[in-house]
Design a protein around this ligand. Sequence first.
Ligand code: NAP
Length: 466
Amino acid sequence: NDSNLNCLSFPVMKTWMSHVSVNICLVHTGMFLSVNVQVDIYERLPVPFGLVRFGVAPDHPEVKNVINTFTQTAQHARCSFHGNVRVGKDVTVEELQEAYHAVVLSYGAEGNRTMGVPGEDLAGVYSAKDFVGWYNGLPRNSELRPDLSCETAVILGQGNVALDVARILLSPVDILKKTDITQHALDALAESSVRRVLIVGRRGPLQVACTIKELREMVNLPGTRPEMEASEFEGIAETLKSLARPRKRLTELLLKAAIETPGEEELERRNRAERAWGFRFLRKPLEVLPSTDLIRAAGIRLAVNRLEGDGEGVRAVATGEVEDVECGLVISSIGYKSLLIDPAVPFDTRKAIIPNTMGRVQQTAGLYCSGWVKRGPTGVIATTMNDSFDTARTLLQDIGKGTLDVSTVKPGSQGVSALLEKRGVKPVSFSDWEKIDSEETRRGEIKGKPREKMLDVGEMLQVARA
Ligand code: NAP
């Protein structure tokens, strides 16, 4: 049924946007419940697509194709985009709830876990979240200007974000310049002195958090060679038989890169490589060591761990040994975390999620959540899409069961527009965004890139309103 399809497709879009509100009117047709949903999407920036635009690596254009699906949804007659509206500031969640029958919060995870070690604030230390935002054109990170004048960079954490960052630091600029990476990042990377990237994990080779596709990209990255410590892989080959298939394939590839003697062609490629990358295992950050003037990072002190337990759930325990690694760039990539955007919304500060049951926010009728704010910052786009479908199903079930009250008429976006107008906030519509999109594409074409992203919100608004 068309209306159900619509209901199922809107969460795909909201997954990557900040705030979604749903104005629902019901028509009962015989035995079937026909749901006619109006979906309004609220987003803080004047541009849509959240993490697909600002998180997905620029050299993964195929992943960004999901934007085409989102665009189709946004152009649906019963869906509208309201960019440039800060929920929690320009309009509260309570005000949205008064205007809509249901509000779905899917604003992701814009905070990051911190290491909590001395020296974390030194120049040359960045969170992966900010570093990714910088090369992907997130306005708030456009002034990051990371110092890439050192030879060795250390990335803490071994997830896919860590590998994205490592790849961007080491990729030949000729590859990156054909992507939608921001020009300022491209210029800085062209001048970069970084030649060696160490990707450090607190646990062992069997617990790396990255996936095989991302590892394969590192192994095959032109102009680079893997540089690992064979001793860290002792006993790993013997465990292969007992591993589940995805972990087995990942570990086989890791072993191949780390300890196998390469064939002639590969050996030649590695010998020619001017840059290197490698995993370091069983190391936990203790302190970022300062330069002699105490201003910037000059190294990192790592605690040497050993493992306790078996399989993926093994714990790292400090041995008491420490090791110092010289490096001028430290990027902490130990995970994202969701933040509370409005004090009226229940929030579990320990887990950094909105407490919910299958997407229903606990103790708050008519409030739902989806994506990373619902279950934490894990999983790829498909995982988050499926999670959104689940929340949509929950919402539809609540309408069907009558537990979501849709009996009264709600003003929807008209009610919110009136509030925003009083507060001097001018939302950006989807067709306004399309003007920004065309301008970015035009600027990209001149440089042979898919787009050159605008970095300044003021400029985005100017183009949107031209
Ligand atoms: P992640 O996959 O959860 O990896 C976090 C890493 O940080 C792990 O190696 C973890 O080690 C380590 N870590 C956590 N806390 C630590 C601490 N206190 N000290 C030292 N190390 C610590 O997170 P992510 O890389 O930020 O990625 C987030 C999600 O986005 C993931 O599901 C990822 O797959 C997805 N993503 C996908 C892609 C893609 O598909 N290309 C790209 C980017 C992100 P432990 O295992 O020991 O906890």
